[in-house]
Design a protein around this ligand. Structure first.
Ligand SMILES: [Zn+2]
Length: 315
């Protein structure tokens, strides 16, 4: 079983605790990923807001970027066959490697209002960016600002166009609804919601309503089902494998196909994971459970093929 996971906050933990990606006590390490049968993991460089709202985001991003590059180097020195995905060719080659990584940004404040910085970060390997975290930045409003009705700014529209041109995934998770619809209208390529669940099942502002889910389906984009307990169940204590299945099933039924769904665990960024999904190792029982509900072909698509297909369309 090979799994693509579109979001985690592991880099922040590695940087703050000065620990290694190969083996640690966090939600994710490569040793457990290999035991599962390999993974393509998106590693987000999360810039905390509002600390960096008025500048400094780029410098902070460099600290996490260094952490990522040093960890990739260490893994290769240990003999781990890890592919860093940068191109369509890499995406086509992922399954021929033990594991793979894709460098991402969570919170567009990372570029400090500069398209030049965005282009340099692309050169350094960044291939996906969550445009805004839950607050406000100079690109758009996050879900906590929904009452203001703010969508994509003029600068935000330029950012989306430049990301389209470069070949970067535009991520709308955390974005307030007005911005979500602006991105759909602005982006020339399929978009992604790396870590969001269904609002129809759990009315959290971070979740997507049915109209948004259908719009991503129509856009040929992808939604990464996430494991944050508060997004899965009204009472996060009840969140479990069955809850993840219910969100998947809702989206599959709504979309009427199985081509636009994947995973975005948010491991190492969630304080209330489901009680029987306590880390990356628990993809095993989750997929085993899903395999009792869906065909092999659907399992293959939602575990990895849909994400790899999206990368073919965008990179
Ligand atoms: Zn997040």
């Amino acid at each position: 079983m090979f799994i693509c996971d579109c979001h985690c906050d592991t880099l922040t933990e590695l940087y703050k605790k000065q620990i290694d990606l190969y083996e640690n006590k966090q939600h994710i390490d490569v040793k457990r990923q290999l035991k599962l049968g390999g993974m393509l993991q998106f590693y987000a460089m999360f810039v905390p807001t509002p600390e960096y709202r008025y500048g400094g985001g780029l410098r902070y991003t460099m600290l996490l970027l260094d952490t990522y590059l040093q960890q990739m180097r260490k893994l290769k020195e240990q003999g781990i066959d890890i592919l860093q995905v940068r191109t369509k060719e890499d995406a086509a080659d992922v399954l021929n490697h033990q594991c793979a990584s894709l460098l991402a940004i969570e919170e567009g404040g990372a570029i400090d209002g500069s398209l030049e910085a965005l282009r340099c970060l692309y050169e350094l390997g960044v291939r996906a960016m969550t445009l805004v975290w839950s607050n406000r930045n100079d690109i758009a409003d996050g879900v906590n600002e929904e009452c203001s009705g703010g969508g994509l700014t003029v600068f935000g529209r330029k950012v989306v166009a430049e990301m389209n041109r470069l070949g970067m995934l535009v991520d709308v998770s955390h974005m307030a609804p007005a911005g979500f619809w602006d991105v759909l209208e602005t982006s020339s390529k399929p978009i992604i919601a790396t870590h969001s669940d269904a609002k129809a099942l759990c009315a959290h502002p971070r979740n997507l309503d049915d109209k948004q889910i259908l719009a991503i389906n129509e856009n040929d984009g992808l939604i990464g089902i996430t494991f944050a307990g508060q997004f899965l169940e009204e009472d996060y204590n009840n969140a479990c494998i069955e809850s993840v299945y219910k969100h998947i099933d809702h989206m599959l039924n709504l979309m009427g196909n199985d081509e636009h769904l994947g995973f975005g665990s948010d491991f190492d960024g969630i304080s209330h994971p489901p009680y029987n999904i306590q880390g990356v190792q628990d993809y095993q029982p989750l997929i085993e459970y899903l395999a009792t509900k869906y065909s092999d072909s659907t399992i293959k698509k939602i575990t990895h093929q849909n994400v790899l297909n999206l990368l073919q369309k965008v990179l």
